[in-house]
Ligand binder design. Structure first.
Ligand code: GTP
Ligand code: SPV
Ligand code: MN
Length: 600
């Protein structure tokens, strides 16, 4: 045992009594331990060793075929009062939650080892940081947590005799989807996850702690826990502006965070620094500005679509010390995935462990994926060539702009700016996006996803909007708020905007706007760039395409208003009046614009 923390020791004992593992192993986070665990997992088949010449330190893991994405329908917030979880969450009472999950945890670790994994979200000892301890019967989880968090003995030292920590319990149990539950107990600072082996369900420091539990704590303690990337944009003078951006799952956070400037803008001398690709914790500092850290130490990123053109930095990051999940294995023990660098190999083993070759069709005549669309890499962010040197700074970075965004084939222009903080909060609260493979459900369907936090806000979202408004009142130097959409399409469904590296053109406009340096046109939904205010050097897009990308069609927005009010109505009286005021103001601006069209 590596700790004298009584509460921790007692809790581990109590959980071991319920799960009945053969042994309990405390993890110290050392390299020796990592090597030992990896070899053990390779022996049992939990991990597959890859070609060590081409992919040093890399392994492959396959999850159960019904366990490849977060299961939002099996994810619960267990608060004493149902209203505190809100209409945005599944709810169970804490008593029922512990009982239901407890029945599955009972004896779930017989014949297995329970690993005790102490971890810090945020640099160990930073005032931003929170400590958690995860108990798990999966080596895959231990090795992932070792990459994704600061894990091991230093954390226990920091915890000391009396320190507080989030109690995170995980067991694969029998990986039965009917006996799978992801339970959060914000009032007890505890998480119980059972029956799954998929990342977002089981790497409990990530979505469960750093977003659901942390958002609850953040509301109580006066800060923000958000589903946001953080990146620095260094201008030619060497000044770095930092922005934080919230996009729903599989909508481009990792890609944007690691962007490489496009040819046309390169001569300007921009450089991008990656701070984080998924989660931001933000506090108001004594200077009245908003400062942020990335609580994670690794990236758990979408593999398909990652290639040397879309994301060369990610490609460099995942060449070593990476755990791959659910991609295709080639005979030479290297990997392949859809929309990667190479064309499909003549043969391989697909993500389900079955022989695969190009052109294989399923019963419905649809091509069978080699890699699952939500297959993932787990890699240390320190391996990323664009990683910031501020990763371990206890103070974080100052945020100049907050960016919201989603996948909207129609409606939302490439970029627009909020009039002020409350309007920006309204913009975030009305975000919507088409569903992706990162969560179960109908793909492509538009769903409202405020601040990209719908699946991750650990309390009533009406109170969350109120908290955002309050944060604005407390800042003397609030960031400006923007919305972007890389995914607008033409009539045939092709993306109008080339995206990826070219997104820097939009970031440049955003940063210039924070300094009152770029032109914009006022529209009913916010400020939109004038066509000449975006630097298009080296990018050949027709004038019509640009117009389409920046278009604000008041008729389309009128339709959207209905879906927005339906969404808000779920929250009843709890929704802040200020949000309704913003809604009314938008309605009347749109109405006026339509009238002006009719009678110019
Ligand atoms: P999570 O890890 O699930 O939170 O996802 P994420 O937001 O980090 O998304 P990621 O960067 O992994 O991108 C997901 C998918 O979106 C990838 O398959 C990309 O191909 C695609 N994508 C990312 N950026 C762009 C873009 O600028 N334009 C287009 N068209 N697609 C993009
Ligand atoms: C997401 O779905 O937003 C992810 C992957 O970042 S997971 O960790 O599975 O939630
Ligand atoms: Mn995410």
């Amino acid at each position: 045992m590596l700790t004298k923390n009584k509460a921790l020791i007692n809790w581990v004992e109590e959980m071991a009594k319920m799960c009945e593992p053969d042994q309990v192993v405390w993890c110290d986070g050392s390299d020796v331990e990592k090597e030992r665990l990896m070899q053990e997992a390779i022996k049992t088949g939990e991990l597959i060793e890859l070609n060590q010449e081409k992919l040093p330190g890399c392994t492959l893991h396959r999850t159960a075929t019904n366990d490849v994405a977060r299961t939002e329908n099996l994810t619960f917030i267990c608060t004493s009062k149902k209203e505190d979880a809100g209409p945005n969450n599944n709810w169970m009472s804490p008593e029922e939650g512990y009982k239901k999950a407890g029945e599955i945890f009972k004896q779930s670790m017989v014949g297995r080892t329970m690993y005790v994994v102490p971890f810090s979200m945020g640099p160990v000892g930073s005032p931003f940081s929170k400590i958690g301890v995860e108990l798990t019967d999966s080596i895959y989880v231990v090795l992932n947590m070792r990459i994704m968090t600061r894990m091991g003995k230093a954390v226990l030292d920091r915890l000391g005799y009396q320190g507080e920590f989030t109690k995170c319990l995980h067991s694969k149990a029998d990986l039965d989807i009917n006996r799978r539950l992801i339970m959060h107990f914000p009032e007890d600072n505890a998480i119980w996850s059972v029956g799954s082996g998929y990342g977002g369900n089981v790497l409990l420091g990530k979505k469960c702690l750093a977003l659901r539990i942390a958002s609850y704590l953040a509301k109580k303690e006066g800060w923000l826990a958000e589903h946001m990337l953080i990146m620095g944009v260094e201008d030619p003078s060497g000044h770095i502006d930092y922005v934080a951006a919230a996009f729903p799952s599989a909508c481009g956070k990792t890609n944007l965070a690691m962007l490489i400037p496009p040819e046309g803008l390169k001569s300007k001398g921009y450089r991008i620094w990656t701070v984080g690709d998924d989660i931001a914790w933000m506090q108001i500092d004594s200077d009245g500005a908003l400062w942020a850290i990335n609580p994670e130490a690794g990236c758990f990123g979408v593999v398909p679509g990652t290639n040397s053109k879309t994301n060369p930095n990610a490609m460099a990051m995942i060449r070593k010390d990476t755990i791959y999940t659910n991609v295709l294995l080639k005979p030479d023990k290297t990997l392949w995935w859809e929309d990667g660098d190479d064309s499909a190999p003549p043969e391989g083993i697909d993500w389900q462990g079955r022989p695969w070759k190009p052109g294989l069709l399923d019963q419905n005549g649809k091509p069978i994926d080699g890699a699952h669309p939500n297959s993932r890499f787990t890699a240390p962010i320190a391996n990323c060539p664009s990683v910031t040197n501020r990763l371990e700074h206890h103070h974080g970075v100052q945020i100049s702009a907050i960016i919201f965004g989603g996948r909207r084939a129609h409606l939302a222009p490439l970029v627009y700016e909020a009039f002020d903080w409350p309007h920006g909060v309204f913009m975030g609260a009305t975000m919507a996006s088409e569903r992706t493979a990162a969560q179960y459900g109908k793909q492509g369907e538009v769903r409202r996803d405020p601040m990209a936090m719908l699946p991750f806000c650990g309390y009533n979202m009406a109170d969350y909007f109120d908290h955002w408004l309050e944060m604005g009142r407390q800042m003397t130097k609030p960031p400006k708020i923007f919305n972007v959409n890389w995914f607008r399409t033409d009539e045939s469904g092709n993306f109008l905007w080339p995206g990826y590296g070219e997104n820097l053109r939009v970031l440049e406009w955003i940063i210039d706007r924070t300094k009152d340096k770029a032109k914009a046109a006022k529209t009913p939904i916010g400020y939109v760039p004038t066509p000449e205010s975006l630097d298009m050097t080296g990018l050949d897009l027709s004038k019509e395409t640009m117009e389409h990308l920046l278009e604000v069609n008041p008729k389309d927005w009128e339709e959207e208003l209905e879906s927005i009010s339906d969404f808000f109505n779920q929250f009843g009286d709890r929704l802040p009046q200020l949000i309704w005021d913003e809604y009314e103001a938008l309605c009347s601006r749109i109405k006026k614009r339509i009238e002006n069209y009719a009678h110019p």
